[in-house]
Ligand binder design. Structure first.
Ligand SMILES: NC(=O)c1ccc[n+]([C@@H]2O[C@H](COP(=O)([O-])OP(=O)(O)OC[C@H]3O[C@@H](n4cnc5c(N)ncnc54)[C@H](OP(=O)(O)O)[C@@H]3O)[C@@H](O)[C@H]2O)c1
Length: 331
């Protein structure tokens, strides 16, 4: 702790959740370090006085140890949605494993890890996608590390909290914003996985949850929270909603046409070949074979003193003002 401030290292802090988290943390006595692969990826954080940005390779164990040193807590937000099995393994399993080792070596005990709803550390092999299996194996690695005691005190080495969000919406999301932009450009939306069910959570609620976990470790250590909104909606309802909430076609949105799975897989495979981040990959479709809805067996936002916000009330506030050009440029 320096000058009454604690120090938190946020891996993946330049991304969608990280941007909102840094804004929330600014109101609390935390100083923030955000490593990034390229400084230009994190330029939007450069105006935040409590944030220190630096370029680093977090996959390099020695570099990761140097980054972790001197912090009171670490938040891990690094994840990918698309890639090969080896990519998922490297980002979702090897990185958390090395992060636990770095924390152990540097005596940094507090770790908040953001996983994903649908992950299951006990039964990773039963899950339908590389994304969910690798997220589960990452959780399992951290849970195992959190049980290793430190000598001589024999205290557990790590005070771990894990959060599993459903799909996230909010200002700057690449979910509802993209589906709204597509409806500005095209007269209808062909959609694979239209009947998949989600329980979307507001990114601000997740950011607030992470801050709560950092500020109140005694209430949250050793627990896994499901981060979900109040409503269960199908993907088709969400895509239709995106058009309506963005005010497209006089607030009606465009027609959304469900595609059979085989056609969706062809569409997703073709999308993967296009340059840039694909909107949908075959692995995303595999993830959607199981509902992305809270099990109810784990604590939730309410246990973190947060009343979850509804997508219907929040999305119109930002979708109707988002510039289509910014979304397509990935801003
Ligand atoms: N967004 C959602 O709807 C959603 C839903 C469920 C769970 N989650 C989870 O919430 C967490 C945060 O998600 P997010 O939407 O904020 O993600 P994001 O916007 O994609 O940001 C992730 C950050 O991780 C870093 N990163 C990405 N790939 C990397 C790699 N190969 N090596 C090193 N760093 C890499 C990037 O930082 P630099 O480019 O600066 O290096 C990026 O800004 C993740 O764990 C995600 O799985 C998100």
């Amino acid at each position: 702790m320096i000058d009454g401030f604690q120090k938190v290292l946020i891996l993946g802090g330049s991304g969608f959740v990280g941007r909102h988290l840094c804004e929330h943390l600014a109101a609390h006595p935390w100083r923030i370090t955000v490593p990034t692969r390229r400084l230009r990826n994190a330029q939007h954080l450069s105006t935040q006085p409590k944030v220190t940005l630096l370029e680093a390779n977090i996959h390099h164990p020695a570099e990761l140890q140097r980054l972790v040193a001197g912090h009171d807590a670490v938040v891990n937000l690094v994840a990918i949605l698309h890639g090969s099995a080896a990519d998922f393994e490297r980002v979702h399993v090897t990185l958390p494993t090395q992060l636990a080792q770095a924390c152990h070596a540097q005596g940094v005990h507090r770790l908040v890890h953001i996983s994903a709803l649908g992950a299951d550390a006990q039964h990773p092999d039963t899950l339908p996608s590389m994304y969910l299996r690798s997220k589960s194996l990452g959780e399992a690695a951290l849970l195992a590390a959190s049980k290793v005691p430190t000598s001589p005190s024999n205290q557990p080495a790590m005070q771990l909290t894990m959060l599993r969000p459903s799909v996230l919406f909010g200002s700057g999301d690449r979910f509802l914003n993209v589906f709204a932009s597509l409806q500005r450009l095209f007269p209808l939306v062909p959609l694979a996985g239209a009947q998949a069910r989600f329980q979307p959570a507001w990114v601000e609620d997740l950011a607030q949850a992470i801050v709560y976990c950092l500020n109140y470790p005694h209430h949250t250590v050793g627990k896994t929270f499901e981060i979900c909104g109040p409503e269960v909606l199908t993907l088709k309802q969400l895509v239709q909603g995106a058009g309506q909430w963005a005010g497209i076609a006089n607030g009606q949105g465009r027609p959304v046409v469900g595609l059979p799975m085989w056609m969706g897989r062809i569409q997703a495979a073709l999308m993967q070949l296009a340059p840039g981040e694909p909107l949908m990959s075959p692995d995303n479709l595999d993830s959607m074979r199981v509902d992305n809805v809270a099990t109810g067996r784990l604590p939730s936002l309410k246990d973190l003193c947060i009343t979850p916000s509804s997508v219907r009330s929040i999305a119109p506030l930002y979708l109707s003002t988002t510039s289509q050009l910014d979304v397509l440029r990935g801003r």
